[in-house]
Ligand binder design. Sequence first.
Ligand SMILES: [Zn+2]
Length: 501
Amino acid sequence: MLARVRGCTIFGVEGKMVDVEVYLSSQLPSFDIVGLPDAAVREARDRVRAAVKNSSFHFPPQRIIVNLAPADLKKEGPQLDLALALGILFASKQLEVPTDWVYLGELALDGTLRPVRGVLPMVMAAREAGCRNLLLPLANAAEAALVKGVRIVGAESLEQAVAILSGRQIPPPIPAYKQPNSIKQDDFQVVKGQENAKRALEVAAAGGHNVLMTGPPGSGKTMLARCVPSILPPMSEEESLETTKIYSAAGLLPENSGLITKRPFRSPHHTLTPTALCGGGHNPRPGEVSLAHNGVLFLDEMPEFRRETLEVLRQPLEEGTVTVTRLQSSYTYPSRFMLLASMNPCPCGMLFDPEVECVCTQRQIHNYRHKISGPLLDRIDIFVEVARLRYDEVAGTGRGESSAEIAARVAAARARQLKRFAKHSLTCNAQMSGQQIQSYCKPDAAGRDLLRNAFTRLRLTARAYDRILKVARTIADLEAEKNILPKHLAEAISYRQALHY
Ligand SMILES: [Zn+2]
């Protein structure tokens, strides 16, 4: 007897349909799974056998062969358990299983259905494959219901799933999803002084530009960075869906959570490994660069990170994706983020302080700075110096501009960019290609003079030159100015100078 049911697996951050074929033959009892299963899928044999028996069904004392198709796709994780169990019940004629449904879920030994990761991309794949009905763990139902056009049925156990499928029970209601609690954000209003740095961060947030802040300890670099989430532009629906898919695939979406609608802000510790940064590992998961997709990756005290960790940033910074190769499979994760980094000017931090003397040797300073390689520096658009505050700035009582006011300007500038790039697949100025820079960033004669000057004086690379044009485009967008004027270029050039003090 042959039965065929449909399941789904996760590959990178995409869902892939899997056909589960169960064949029973009257030979000595055995249970084999073929078709590139990983360890978790092979272990499904034991879980499924126990779950079927403990749910008062009968486990057929026959030879069971399960084939997972397509055969060349590596199947991962425990989400095929439910499809396997239902396929066996179907093949042994204990149940009539509708075959136009998709089944997802991990089984506990007692038959309880456990939630799995990657539900959002898997349900999207099922919809794309034309499936209209989906049965999965109730704890995953709210997430699955984010995908429109598919009927979602949740169950808490194998027994309940069978009762629903055979029409003996009506499906339980799908839990309403909770919007994640809005995290209390730091507000620029409480940051004293540092007008220059605040302005640079406003420009960066508006155009999605990479920033490196340099300054002595205690100058408030970390505090400035913590305020950045409060001014980031709103997410488009597509961005929101992309980011939620990544968190779903990583298993980091809280139960019953809705779409992620706030741009992520990731701030990994400097001890993280290249794998944790870029993704991969034994059970491949997205890394920090992908969890920051459509948001910000903040590297506090960047030279403290291992050099090989920093070097793996180059591909995602350049291409907006990261490729992880593991055994026979290679996974590509989206990773378009704004890099926000901070560092001291030297190991002791006092190099440019007018009052405190730096105690570092030339060699120490050289080694410290060279932990960040030239190619990495070349991918940064804005360099900003964050100086220690003067007495009158600390003692002053004046309050700065609030994050809400800055956020409004940032959102307006981003809306202009979205309109400009409506025909292209980009969302902000930082993502422009060389060709797009040529068509959208045309300085006038005076502006070209300024650029020529800066090019020689600052010994710019071609890449740095392009970055100046992109940043100038954003500064013009912040002023709702159609043309890039010399003052916009002058400001953009000033953001490269901090590198050459
Ligand atoms: Zn020093």
